[in-house]
Design a protein around this ligand. Structure first.
Ligand code: NDP
Length: 495
């Protein structure tokens, strides 16, 4: 795979050096080698990117395009991504350490967002209202906001970019995209495809750099009209503060502490696979991780045994190897954060029945690898049950009744997702209805689609990505009144 020694920033259809002339080393989390560099962006770079996006929104090819042409352009971008899916997947896997199998699946799937929202671009219909006023016509139509600041996290940079770019562009906005300092290269490689897909200069700009250095400059920029963000709750709150100050609409996809609830009438073998999917897929570095497993008392021991026996067979290693189930943790700071929870769990009195340590295998022992870790006898008030760990760590709780399961599941500041496992479909639906989460999976886990809305309740976020409703996140409604009587009556009275 050939990559560049350095990636500048993609502004107004051109690659530019950062004005700081400084660069950030790109580290492969598996080998821990520096393999490239990305620009350390600054406020000046953000200002140039936002100016390019503003100009492209106001003038030139983009606003002159019909919605149908915008749709065709999005489909063309989807085609380019499909052509380069393998390469983009390899770059991303090298960048964030996630399994090549997972990244391949994501990159083969990502074009669907551009096809789906490309199809939607010319189906954004306004409305005509009935009116109680004589001789008046009243209607409304949707308009794009203008410049959208789109900020993504390191765990799935390109899929998250697709979640944001496709609806934002379909709606007619222009975008400044900022990937995470920990995994920027795949987004830069994506930018290489824009011109070929026919994206006019300035319509999508990509700036890289440290979030704490350029984040506020981007979200607080007066010409940024809308913000969409995926990442931590802490950063989400900071951005929400800026959005509140500047009265900017905001879509937030933050973390979770999702409850995966297993009833004694579930297919336990299936549910055990679902429980492992919940906490070990992507090495637990996924916002929808089912990291709180709630198991009915009568099957608790038997079920924990099943989960542990699957989890302990998971192989850690090179994310590029077909035999690997769990890759490294994406960066050192995050690795240290996860390890810190082992002491917290111990101090809180949880029992560790699997893992609870960095990996001991001689071949990878120096890497950022953490063994699949399972804690039992967890009380929901413990920190490992309340805080998002974002690693391969499972907290197993018990419950007696349906009512208790619902109470524990909802006793969380988060509400991104949940799982319910039961062969009794009435029970499963009854419980799902009462779970405070944006997505509930029944007898399955971690399924997402461009067609189904995704987002959080409570501290897990606001707004929705995916599905036709997501395009509304990038549109504002303008109402019109047209007088048809040829008469304007009393100017001192509301009409
Ligand atoms: P952050 O929230 O720090 O990062 C997410 C994105 O926000 C990155 O692009 C980051 O840039 C950027 N950012 C950072 N500071 C600002 C700012 N002030 N203004 C605007 N953008 C900013 O999350 P981390 O990557 O540090 O991950 C920490 C935790 O977040 C994880 O442990 C996990 O709990 C959660 N997380 C949740 C995800 C989800 O899907 N909901 C995904 C990833 C993480 P930069 O990286 O350059 O600082």
């Amino acid at each position: 795979m050939t990559t560049r020694a350095r990636y500048g920033q993609y502004i107004n259809g051109r690659w530019e050096k950062p004005s700081s002339e400084q660069w950030i080393d790109v580290v492969n989390p598996f080998s821990q080698e520096n393999w490239s560099q990305v620009a350390r962006g600054s406020k000046q770079d953000v200002d140039r990117a936002v100016a390019a996006a503003r100009d492209a929104f106001l003038d030139g090819q983009w606003p002159a395009m019909t919605a149908t042409q915008r749709g065709a352009l999005l489909r063309s971008l989807g085609d380019r991504i499909a052509e380069h899916a393998e390469r983009l997947a390899e770059v991303e896997s090298r960048d964030n350490g996630k399994l090549i199998a997972e990244m391949r699946a994501q990159l083969q799937y990502a074009p669907e967002w551009f096809y789906y929202f490309g199809g939607l671009a010319d189906k954004i219909e306004g409305m005509v209202f009935p009116t109680d006023k004589a001789d008046m016509l009243s209607y409304a139509k949707y308009e794009p906001y203008g410049v959208v600041a789109a900020i993504t996290a390191w765990n799935s940079p390109l899929l998250l970019a697709a979640y944001k770019l496709a609806p934002a562009l379909a709606a007619g906005n222009t975008v400044v995209l900022k990937p995470s300092e920990h995994a920027s290269v795949s987004t830069m490689e994506l930018a290489d495809l824009f011109a070929d897909a026919g994206v006019p200069p300035g319509v999508i700009n990509v700036v890289s750099g440290y979030g704490h250095e350029i984040g506020d400059a981007l979200t607080g920029h007066p010409d940024v009209a809308k913000i969409t963000f995926t990442g931590s709750e802490a950063t989400g709150k900071r951005i929400a503060g800026i959005a509140a100050r500047d009265i900017k609409p905001l879509t937030l996809e933050l973390g979770g502490k999702s409850a995966n609830i297993v009833f004694d009438d579930a297919d336990l073998d299936l549910a055990a696979v679902g429980a492992v999917t919940g906490f070990l897929s992507a090495g637990g570095q996924t916002c929808v991780a089912g990291s709180r497993l709630l198991v009915q008392n009568s099957i608790y021991d038997e079920f924990v045994e099943k989960v542990v026996s699957i989890a302990k067979a998971a192989r850690l290693g090179d994310p590029f190897s077909a035999d690997t189930h769990i890759g490294p943790i994406a960066n050192e700071a995050h690795f240290q954060k996860i390890i810190g929870y082992f002491d917290i769990a111990k101090a809180d009195g949880a029992d560790c029945v699997l893992g609870g340590r960095v990996h001991q295998d001689s071949e990878i022992k120096d890497g950022w690898f953490i063994e699949p870790t399972v804690y039992t006898n967890v009380d929901n008030s413990m920190r490992i049950a309340q805080e998002e760990i974002f690693g391969p760590v499972l907290a197993v709780l018990s419950f007696e009744t349906e009512e208790e399961a619902i109470r524990i599941a909802n006793d969380s500041r988060y509400g991104l997702a949940a799982g319910v496992w039961s062969k009794d479909s009435a029970r499963a639906l009854r419980v799902a209805d009462r779970i405070q989460a944006g997505t509930v999976w029944i007898n399955t886990y971690r399924v997402v689609s461009f067609m189904t809305p995704f987002g959080g309740y409570k501290a897990s976020g606001s707004g929705r990505e995916n599905g036709a409703v997501a395009i509304k996140e990038y549109l504002q409604l303008k109402s019109y009144w047209i007088g048809t009587s040829g008469d304007v009556s009393n100017p001192f009275v509301i009409r």
